[in-house]
Design a protein. Structure first.
Length: 188
């Protein structure tokens, strides 16, 4: 039976719940493109079945931040996903800040080694620094999902190199995340 992975492309195309901006890029556009590519890789592999939170670049989820987050979590829970990945881009006033990092509800959960594998292979594929995996139990998408869940900050949209890489080489990011998933399940 296929492992069901729900891919949440963080943020909406417009407010409410639009994402960060930097270097002429919008988080919601980058996460959408990378998520579509990741789902295609997973769905082409008979071991997985993937679904997306946003099925078109203009799809709006919810009418507020709270209902947008709830729509993503409810879709994963009602589908019965085995794992949940929320894709994001980081932002900082320090434009030299760079790299990928992951968040999980708890470092003692099954999501922790899942996120570690994703971050490891994402860094290997993109050449960006692996900043590690941290517990963030206050994040709604980690707290309310009924399956192991991770939020992945793929790079800093406010860093010119990270932003350009995410925008112009989205396949590097989808492939890195995919390789991390394969490694976690011992399929690489």
């Amino acid at each position: 039976m296929a492992i069901k992975i729900f891919i949440d492309q963080g943020h909406n195309p417009n407010n409410p719940n639009a994402g960060a901006e930097g270097n002429g890029y919008r988080e919601q556009d980058l996460t959408y493109q990378i998520g579509v590519r990741l789902a295609a890789l997973l769905n082409a592999n008979g071991n997985f079945e993937a679904r997306l939170s946003r099925n078109s670049p203009t799809e709006q989820l919810g009418t507020s931040n709270a209902t947008s987050l709830a729509a993503r979590v409810n879709a994963a829970n009602s589908w019965g996903a085995d794992y949940f990945i929320s894709l994001h881009t980081n932002a900082s006033e320090i434009t030299s800040a760079s790299g990928c990092e992951g968040y999980v509800y708890s470092t003692s959960s099954r999501a922790y080694p899942f996120a570690e594998s994703i971050c490891k292979y994402l860094a290997l594929q993109t050449g960006l620094q692996n900043r590690g995996v941290f517990a963030r139990p206050t994040l709604y998408v980690l707290r309310r999902t009924q399956m192991p869940a991770t939020l992945i900050e793929m790079g800093f949209i406010t860093n010119p190199r990270d932003g350009d890489l995410m925008a112009n080489s989205p396949d590097l990011f989808s492939r890195g995340i995919y390789n991390g998933i394969l490694a976690y399940f011992g399929l690489s």
